[in-house]
Write a protein that binds this ligand. Sequence first.
Ligand code: GTP
Ligand code: MG
Ligand code: NA
Length: 337
Amino acid sequence: SQKGEDDLRSPICCILGHVDTGKTKLLDCIRGTNVQEGEAGGITQQIGATYFPTENIRERTKQLKADAKLKVPGLLVIDTPGHESFTNLRSRGSGLCDIAILVVDIMHGLEPQTKESINLLKSRNTEFIVALNKVDRLYGWKSCPNAPILTAMKQQNKDVQNEFRMRVSKIITEFMEQGLNTELYYKNKEMGETSSIVPTSAISGEGIPDLLLLLVQWAQRTMVEKLTFQKELQCTVLEVKVVEGLGTTIDVVLVNGVLHEGDQIVVCGMQGPIVTNIRALLTPHPMKELRVKGSYQHHKELKAAQGIKITAQGLEQAVAVGPEDDVEDVKETAMQD
Ligand code: GTP
Ligand code: MG
Ligand code: NA
């Protein structure tokens, strides 16, 4: 068959939320990296992309469900900034994704950019899972590194469990005030109507298995059509960057189709379209962040979905354009720099 299960591409998942709720730290915890500590002021200022192969997701979720059927090749996760000044990047990131994680700090509840993110997701009808992060900050929390959340919760004393229940129910009410039904994922009987909440800690890793498994299972169960690989090229430029030794490069998200070394591409430029050929098709290693300098893998061809760095001649004038950005506006902003 032409469009069987084998043709599923990796789902693209965008992480959204208020500043400092732990979006990057959650990714660091899954990747085993330290991207967040290298950020200026601890603030994310660019869109990121990380590819998680299914083998790694299986490894990370086996304690929760060893025989889970994971049908997608992997997961491409897009990190976004939560700082209020980066609405355009949140919009660009959420415009690319199939599914999203909305990160909420359990100690703070819904904050201004949580609400902005909710509105972005609503406007695009994007399904999302809530990561209720920083559970380790509940007073008296006993750390259970990387444990499934119910396993960790059973280890907690009554006071911690009570504080947890109280905070969760308050946050569910805050979501309701935004017109959204939410429920802890292990109690949620009507996924789709009601969004699932997964309690997590990005520091000690509790709930990470739950978050990953729910994400992959939910995507592959409800989005088969959207995730069926298509040959038509769909590719968006995230960033234009000068890299030592590589010249001006573009970081892109390949949503559908295949890119080859040498392919002719057309990129949006300040003075009009740039027609050029792909000189090198690069990716970071799996589980490494595209926006962080590191060593790159070279590829002859790459199949969607992937976060890719492209080197080519004539990219100096290239601009990143989101699906809903007005090209004239982008040109104007680019000229002012
Ligand atoms: P922006 O990208 O700037 O919007 O922030 P972010 O949402 O990516 O948050 P970030 O990963 O930068 O984390 C913010 C701060 O919260 C850092 O000091 C983290 O160490 C801390 N932090 C993140 N997750 C957790 C968690 O689960 N528990 C605790 N205790 N601290 C956390
Ligand atoms: Mg961040
Ligand atoms: Na931060």
